[in-house]
Write a protein that binds this ligand. Sequence first.
Ligand SMILES: [Zn+2]
Length: 128
Amino acid sequence: MKETTKLYNIFALKCPRCYKGNLFTRPGLFVFKSILKMPERCSRCNQDFHIEPGFYSAALWISYPIVLIIFVPMIFFGFLLKETYCLSLEMMLGFFIIICFGLQIPIMRISRALLLHFTIHYVGSGNK
Ligand SMILES: [Zn+2]
């Protein structure tokens, strides 16, 4: 079977230890129900996903730079569009707010996946 990269498995929301089990009970970046609900353990390798109480509060500090990386260039791009096409600032602000709400769930899920992948290292597949 083809081996995948750590980066791919972060965005695919897969278990950091086996790269096969799902991190969330509902897989995918865009879900609207049980957004942060995770199983107790990986279904494939039995890795514990609830490492310690409050573990995932650190994901907030991971999501913050992700938001900056996405939105700071977007703001500059917005000013560029405003100057080039004479768009109104209110229209640009509305556009940014829609994008903020749209990306909220994927950023929260990717932050948790990043935190787990920083903490737990790949061992291989098929290890029980
Ligand atoms: Zn696993």
